[in-house]
Design a protein around this ligand. Structure first.
Ligand code: OMD
Ligand code: FE2
Length: 467
């Protein structure tokens, strides 16, 4: 029998050689050790190989069957085998899970941040994680937080566990090798990973420095959007979601630390073994990853600009139909073919709040200033849209531009019905772009009483004789 351990391969080649199970919302099972899954029941008196059975529940026991999420883990020692939790010293201090006047500010101003540099001092994923904004409360199980991270070293002898909510991680620079209790995920920029509430995981950096974005949701989980009239196919396909296969190490690690995020605060618990000691598991509550290049975009094929919801990858619902706690929307490479149409995003004000990031390339509405690794926030009813340069360049192209392909781009949006409060350090940050508003100040009036300058208006006027 072969016991696989993290020391057999470098992080980089491990990340290249991982195996996955495929599907969204499936009931999976996986064994790193043949016969480690009890065949007929979840909780036998004695489990195969002397393993302990442990359930992790992602929904209340009594949630309706179609929403119920739980997995059974068969492990060398149960997770409870640790010293008491103690407040982490020094604490990260920049994580917020309950947004109020004492820790964050409200502002309707359009905000934009340049990319943050990777720190010089040793910083792992947990130390390098900081909250930008959010709303609601992890205690009340309703709300979200948007974080960013910069890291330059792998987590060492420690694992992270988020009791507050689910993490949707969007790496922008540098691959992540994420070891979870269900197995390992290799996540490159252009891919995303979801680490549901309560799973212990450790983040290694196979390529060195890393930077990225994290959406955290409280009290619910991500699901695939309904497709409505699109039909049974399109957008993100369930089979492209990849779940780890069981991987475990039966290893003594003196002083191993579990860092638990609980109410936005960090607590350390020490144990003497690896938490990645799960030889087999089954269930439907699982970490997963998704490659954004697999997304099959739908859009207008004749005229006008579709609302960005057409590009929803995952949605976290509220109790109100069609109103998201948090939508994860992307702006992938695609063909633009709309006729007599202003093709970039329209000018708009939205009752939802929009946080955007850029993974690589440029963004169609911003000729300057919105950079890979940077971010913007346009909160509820705050007006925004293309900058002056993008507007003028589009108008200069005229009505007869043929099909154009947007290439080398991957922007995304976290869109929420809850209005975010912004953390003080994000407002005081040296990378906050104080001149952001200037990108619209140059928008000129093109107003004229001469209707003939508008070809569509002229057609309507002639066609319907409203002289
Ligand atoms: O503000 C943005 O750039 C995001 C966005 C894009 C789009 O195509 C339509 C609406 C919208 O909010
Ligand atoms: Fe917008």
């Amino acid at each position: 029998m072969e016991l696989r351990t993290s020391t057999t391969l470098s992080d980089s080649s491990a990340a290249d050689h991982l195996t996955y199970l495929s599907g969204f919302d499936n009931h999976f099972s996986s064994e790193a050790l043949a016969g480690a899954l009890p065949p007929d029941q979840n909780s036998p008196l004695l489990c195969p190989y002397g393993l302990y059975a442990e359930q992790i529940s992602g929904t209340s026991f009594t949630s309706p069957r179609k929403h119920n999420l739980r997995s059974w883990l068969y492990r060398v020692k149960p997770s409870v085998t640790h010293e008491p939790f103690k407040p982490r010293v020094p604490s990260n201090g920049k994580l917020v899970s309950e947004f109020n006047q004492s820790n964050s500010c409200a502002t309707p101003t359009q905000l934009r941040w340049k990319p943050v540099d990777i720190p010089d001092s040793p910083t792992d994923f947990v130390d390098g994680l900081y909250t930008i904004c959010g709303a609601g409360s992890s205690f009340l199980r309703h709300g979200y937080a948007i974080h960013m991270y910069t890291a330059n070293k792998s987590m060492d002898n420690s694992a992270f566990c988020n009791a507050d909510g689910d993490f949707l991680i969007v790496p922008q620079k540098g691959r992540l090798l994420i070891t979870t209790e269900c197995g390992r995920l290799g996540v490159s920029p252009g891919e995303i990973a979801v680490l549901p509430q309560g799973f212990r995981f450790a983040v290694n950096l196979p390529d060195g420095p890393s930077r990225g974005y994290v959406a955290e949701i409280f009290g619910t989980h991500f699901q695939l959007p309904d497709l409505g009239p699109i039909g049974a196919n399109g957008l993100a396909s369930p089979r492209d979601f990849l779940v780890p296969t069981a991987w475990f190490e039966d290893k003594i690690y003196p002083g191993y630390t579990i860092v638990q995020k609980f109410g936005g605060e960090l607590f350390d618990a020490v144990q003497d073994f690896s938490p990645f000691n799960v030889a087999a598991w089954h269930g439907n509550y699982v970490p997963y990853k998704y490659d954004l290049s697999k997304f099959c975009p739908y859009n207008t094929v004749l005229f006008d600009h579709s609302d960005p919801s057409i590009n929803t990858v995952l949605t976290a619902p509220t109790d109100k139909p069609g109103v998201a706690l948090l939508d994860f929307v992307i702006f992938p490479p695609r063909w633009l073919v709309a006729e007599h149409t202003f093709r970039p995003p329209y000018y708009h004000r939205n009752c939802m709040s929009e946080f955007m990031g850029l993974i690589h390339g440029g963004y169609e509405a911003k000729a300057d200033g919105f950079l890979p690794g940077g971010a913007s926030l346009h909160s509820c009813m705050t007006p925004h849209g293309p900058d002056t340069k993008s507007y003028e360049a589009t108008i200069a192209g005229g009505n007869d531009v043929g099909p154009q392909k947007i290439t080398d781009t991957m922007a995304f949006m976290f869109e929420s019905s809850l209005i975010p409060r912004i953390c003080r350090w994000a407002l005081e940050s040296p990378v906050l772009d104080h001149d952001y508003y200037q990108c619209w100040i140059g928008l000129k009036s093109h107003f004229t009483l001469d209707h003939s300058t508008s070809p569509k208006t002229a057609t309507l006027q002639n066609g319907h004789g409203e002289k």
